[in-house]
Ligand binder design. Sequence first.
Ligand SMILES: Nc1ncnc2c1ncn2[C@@H]1O[C@H](COP(=O)(O)OP(=O)(O)O)[C@@H](O)[C@H]1O
Ligand SMILES: [Mg+2]
Length: 288
Amino acid sequence: MRDQAEALRIKLLEQQGQLGKAVAIVSGKGGVGKSNFCMNFALQLAQQQKKVVIIDMDIGMGNIHILIGESASYNLGDYLKGERSLEEVVFSAPYGMDYIAGGSGMSSVLEWTDSMFERLILAFDELLKRYDYLLFDMGAGATTWSLDLLMSIDDIIVITTAEPTAITDAYSMMKYIHLKDDAKQYYLICNRVLAKQEGEETTSRLKLAMQRFLEKDIRVLGTMPEDLVVRQAVREQVPFSVSSPNAAVTKALRLIVLRFLEEPQIEVAQQPTTFLRKLRNIFSKGRD
Ligand SMILES: Nc1ncnc2c1ncn2[C@@H]1O[C@H](COP(=O)(O)OP(=O)(O)O)[C@@H](O)[C@H]1O
Ligand SMILES: [Mg+2]
């Protein structure tokens, strides 16, 4: 029954040309709250009737599965090597989101076999049909292949804090990506702010710098406060938006989600093909 419904859904989506959208969550500096944001953002999107899968590219601390107190048996690497099916690596996490653990120790795509590369394209093609959003939690200790992957994703959510080092690192990160591809769309969030004004100053400084020095317009999604419930949620291994639906940080997140969904979505119909095309281009460079 479920399979039939799913098959129908895919057919309908294909007919309407409405495939999912790939979104990367990045930061310059580590520990700014990417994984916690990514997971709770996914859950809030799910509450807005969106189907979301998180692809965890962070192979260091704070993996998504640890944040929800689950263990991931298999990862994307197992699928790419042909040892597991896509179904086996997509984990249906509690609270209404799906999740794929990133392959640890994955090297540069130039060292991949052709079949790994083909399987990657196949997987993303399939996921774009099944989900509205593919959220890539990029992790600070970015492996070479996750940077390659990042270049094929057009929508990038940048998380910073109001600390000067985080701000300059966020700018450097956007500049680095922009110089390789100037057509990307950046969405900016300032997390862990002690006062709203502090966050707004941070986001407008970054927006201004991007405009002035790179002539690039970025979109500010908002700020999220420093809130004790986040640390508590991490300790209890329950997403903060689930354990504390009325906390200040959850309210701020909900506003961010609404703002994100309000963004002009004109290119959505073309975007998945852009994603797959870019993926092919980037990943096949130097391979043949
Ligand atoms: N809004 C917040 N308020 C309070 N603490 C936060 C907030 N966001 C993140 N944190 C803290 O920062 C830590 C790192 O968050 P995490 O999402 O793992 O960051 P990243 O993925 O960027 O490395 C969390 O364990 C939590 O203690
Ligand atoms: Mg993380």
